[in-house]
Design a protein around this ligand. Sequence first.
Ligand code: URA
Length: 240
Amino acid sequence: MTEAERRAALEAIAAEVRACTGCRLHERRTRAVPGEGHPSTEVVFVGEGPGMNEDREGRPFVGRAGDLLVRLLGSIGWQREDVFITNVVKCRPPENRDPEPDEVAACAPFLRRQLEVLDPALIVTLGRHSMGRFMPGTTIGRAHGTFRPADPATGARAALVLAMYHPAAALRTSAVEQASFADIALVPSVLDDARARRAQLGDVVATLPAVAPAPAPLAPPTPDQPAPESPPLDQLTLFR
Ligand code: URA
C-alpha cells in the first residue's frame, strides 16, 4: 500500500468511527476519537479510551495524560506525529469508567482494521485494558516493560507488543512514572528486534517491488551545483 492509500484507508475507518452507533458509548459522546498519526509509521500506541478532553476535541491523548505521553516520547527523541496513537474504545466511557467487555468487543473491529492498514512493527499498549487485548492472561504489574509477538488475529500481522503503564497511572504515582520512563527507553531496541523479526518472516522480500528500479547514477557535484543534502537521520528512522 502506498502512503496515500494508507491515509485514505485510515480516513475511511475514522469516518465510520465518527458515525458509529454500535454500542451505548455513542449516546453520550461529544465526538468520537478514531486516532491519529503518521500513516507510514512503524509504531502504534494504543490507550484505553477517550477522556473528557479527547471527547471534546475528537483527538486522542490531548489532556494531562497526553502531555505525559508527549514527554515520554520526547525522552527517546520522538514526537507524537512520528507514531500513530489510538485507543481500544473510540468513544468516552461516562465519568471515565472502565469500558465494559461488550463495548470493547463492539469497537474491536475498528482497531483491528487500523492495525491491518498500518501494519506496524511495534505496538505499545498503554494501561491494562489495552494490554489485555494483546497480552491476555497477565497483569500490568508483571507485563510492563516486557514484549512478545502480537497475535496476527489482532490485525497486526508481524508486530511485537510492548506493554507500558497508562500515563494517567504514572501521573498519580511517581514510582509508576519512573517505570514508564524506563519502559519507553526500551522502545528503540524493541523496534530493532521487531524489524529483524519481520525481515526473518520474509516481510522485506514480500514488500519489495518485483523488479527494483536501478538507482540513477549520481553526478559528481560541481562547484556551482552543490551536492544534494541528505535528509536528517531522524526523518529516516520511523517510517517505511
Ligand atoms: N486516556 C486514554 O486511554 N486515551 C486517551 O486518548 C486519553 C486518555
